[in-house]
Design a protein around this ligand. Structure first.
Ligand code: HEM
Length: 121
């Protein structure tokens, strides 16, 4: 289940980066139907499998604060991603949004690897 979890996380980040690049190039490919549907399916699966992993391994995010911090960081990643693709009005803001989202990804990966909260606790 852990390998599936990591695979889904990698696909999620690749799909977001691909959509960001297509948007910067003003490519018509961005309107492809699969690109509108696939990211939602992948991200939902990532969330469901992540929660299942936590339940299976008895990791409570309120006790093990690295997981609590990771969940907060995931919401921030989802929102900055949404901001980048939908809300940001010009190229500079879109680039800033993308860099912001990648910053959250770096925190998420670090928390997953070290299992030590950086800011909580
Ligand atoms: C962008 C999103 C995510 C990324 C990049 C990510 C990344 C990772 C990675 C790399 C690992 C393996 C760490 C290791 O080597 O042991 C991992 C494990 C794990 N992740 Fe995630 N994850 C994400 C989302 C989530 C979500 C949404 C949850 C739950 C709400 C979650 C819960 C867990 C749990 C419980 C483990 C197992 C930790 C252990 O083996 O002790 N992850 N994650």
């Amino acid at each position: 289940m852990k390998h599936l979890h990591i695979t889904l996380a990698v696909i999620s980040i690749i799909l977001f980066t691909y959509r960001f690049i297509l948007m910067m190039l003003a490519s018509k490919n961005l309107d492809k139907k699969w690109l509108k549907i696939a990211p939602h399916i992948i991200d939902t699966l990532l969330l469901v499998i992540g929660i299942s992993l936590a339940v299976k391994l008895h990791i409570n995010p309120v006790e093990q604060l690295w997981l609590g911090e990771k969940i907060i960081a995931i919401f921030a990643y989802i929102f900055t991603g949404y901001y980048t693709l939908k809300l940001a009005r010009n190229k500079a803001l879109k680039i800033l949004g993308y860099l912001g989202a990648m910053g959250w990804v770096m925190l998420i990966v670090r928390l997953a690897m070290t299992r030590e909260a950086m800011f909580l606790g």
